[in-house]
Write a protein that binds this ligand. Structure first.
Ligand SMILES: Cc1cc2nc3c(=O)[nH]c(=O)nc-3n(C[C@H](O)[C@H](O)[C@H](O)COP(=O)(O)OP(=O)(O)OC[C@H]3O[C@@H](n4cnc5c(N)ncnc54)[C@H](O)[C@@H]3O)c2cc1C
Length: 489
């Protein structure tokens, strides 16, 4: 175990997470007389809103996920520490993080916790084996492999029944992510892949968007939800509303309709975009506070100044905070983190005390979702509009918030190629992207060998799986044929 140096007597701020909250919180402390340590379990700042474009071959990982270390290289008062935070001790004011078995303890005077949320399967975590979510770079690359792999398998399969299964794509959840993914899979099949296979016509692919509630893009209201639904349907996407997914397996999904009947959709490639669960670190700090609670999704019900009770130096921001009227969107994270940084700066400069803080107030800049090339829906205050103008607004806004000039320029080029032409620049996919997650889970599992592998990963070979370690077969995920014999791990 190592302990980070206590420093030069300056105020120490620890920021946990390198998403929108973590990065903007750190950047807004640039001119403050503090030492900032940003700890994150990922090496990059991930622009999650464009993950679906990585999954569907439009953008590369580098364009939406610059290395945090490089982004912050000119900020002299900030250092970046890679590691998964496993303990936060509010009494001792320390944060413990682990990187491949190496534990580091970092002391703080102020803490900004911005560890966001993960995919939620509403208690059915085993669904994840067959229907990955869309939260990380790994998710997006795995999904790209699964989507393209399904077309490849459909090309060589012998039976029509199996071909139909392989060409059926189920997206669970009709929020912005589900809508964007469904639209892009449909465009991929109809425009990009059209004419590139011999035995199949990719345009025969079915894209099915399954939603438990009664509307597409429910929170955006009936006008924009209706627009999005009509546009998707005109592209051939099948929309099934009031349809609850009750089971997911290798071969498809089981759906329960509003009238209580259950039915099957046979599908090789399934994607889950139906719910989120906050990072467990939220509950960890809430439990140590003087009575702060977490809501059903695990988000911290923070005080008006985004802190936890009894600890005015501990801010919780972004998707991890629960503040009435603040959506789990990038703007909520950016504004919350900026607010926290401003309080720290003002108090160090002697301009206010913690007791004098004005409550956090959220400025709603609106929300938008893109459906296909040249088509999006947009809501700004009472103004609701869709179509090409909304798509241009979406384009401009996403470019503005992408980090780094290089990313912006290459993204414009990729969009130009994709939206005006028929090709896509990032159509690579490998077997490892598809199977590595399951193989790693099998190796790490609960087994002692898994633990040993993690401890020794820096220099030793992974252990051979023991007889008790579950083998990952294609049947466990996709693109595997029923009874397939591929073994990984
Ligand atoms: C697919 C998708 C599409 C989206 N589209 C939009 C959109 O169009 N518009 C919009 O406004 N919002 C969108 N969002 C939501 C938006 O991305 C989030 O609201 C925003 O990222 C929240 O920021 P955050 O900093 O709270 O969390 P995140 O961005 O999730 O960052 C969390 C950070 O914490 C790190 N972390 C987590 N646990 C630990 C740990 N134990 N130790 C160390 N580090 C840890 C992670 O590695 C990550 O760096 C989308 C989200 C997704 C997933």
């Amino acid at each position: 175990m190592s302990t980070q140096p206590v420093g030069n007597g300056r105020h120490r701020v620890v920021v946990i997470g390198s998403g929108f909250g973590g990065l903007f919180g750190t950047k807004h402390l640039k001119r403050a007389d503090v030492d900032v340590t940003l700890i994150s379990k990922t090496t990059t700042h991930l622009f999650q809103p464009l993950l679906y474009q990585v999954a569907t071959g439009i953008l590369s990982v580098g364009e939406i996920a610059p290395a945090t270390r490089l982004v912050l290289r000119k900020q002299k008062n900030a250092r970046v520490l890679l590691g998964e935070v496993t303990e936060i001790d509010l009494a001792q004011r320390t944060v413990a993080s682990v990187l491949l078995g190496e534990k580091t303890v970092t002391p703080y005077d102020s803490l900004i916790l911005a560890t966001g949320a993960q995919q939620s399967y509403f208690g059915n975590d085993h669904f994840a084996t067959f229907a990955p979510g869309m939260k990380t770079i790994d998710d997006a690359l795995e999904l790209r492999g699964r989507i393209l792999g399904s077309f490849e398998q459909a090309e060589v399969t012998q039976t029509q029944e199996e071909r139909d299964r392989l060409l059926s794509f189920v997206v669970v959840g009709a929020g912005p992510t589900g809508v964007e993914l469904a639209g892009q899979i449909a465009e991929l099949a109809d425009r990009t892949l059209e004419g590139t296979f011999h035995n199949i016509d990719p345009r025969d692919a079915r894209v099915i968007l399954v939603e438990g509630a009664g509307a597409v893009l429910g929170p955006m209201g009936p006008k924009l939800g209706g627009k999005a639904q009509r546009r998707l349907e005109s592209m051939g996407v099948e929309i099934q509303l009031n349809a609850l997914v009750t089971d997911v397996d290798a071969h498809g999904v089981t759906v329960k309709d509003a009238d209580g009947t259950s039915r099957r959709i046979e599908s090789a490639c399934k994607v889950w975009s139906a719910g989120v669960q906050a990072s467990p670190l939220g509950k960890m700090v809430a439990d140590q506070s003087d009575g702060t609670e977490v809501d059903r999704a695990g988000r911290v019900v923070v005080e008006p100044d985004l802190t936890v009770k009894g600890h005015p130096n501990v801010f919780v921001v972004g998707d991890l905070m629960s503040v009435p009227g603040v959506p789990g969107q990038a703007q909520g994270a950016i504004q919350g983190a900026t607010y926290a940084a401003k309080q720290i700066r003002a108090e160090l400069a002697g301009k206010q005390t913690a007791q004098e803080r004005r409550p956090f107030s959220y400025f709603n800049k609106g929300s938008m979702a893109t459906i296909s090339r040249f088509s999006a829906v947009c809501q700004v205050g009472k103004l609701e509009f869709g179509g090409f103008i909304a798509w241009l607004a979406w384009l401009g806004l996403h470019l503005y918030y992408l980090v780094g000039y290089r990313s912006r320029i290459t993204t414009i080029i990729q969009w130009f190629v994709t939206f005006l032409g028929r090709t896509r620049g990032q159509m690579a996919a490998t077997e490892q992207w598809i199977f590595a997650r399951l193989a790693l889970e099998a190796v790490y599992g609960d087994s002692e060998e898994g633990e040993e592998f993690v401890r020794g990963a820096a220099g030793r070979r992974p252990p051979a799986p023991s007889p008790g370690t579950p083998a990952v077969t294609a049947e466990a995920g996709l693109p595997g044929k029923p009874g397939g014999d591929r073994k990984v791990g």
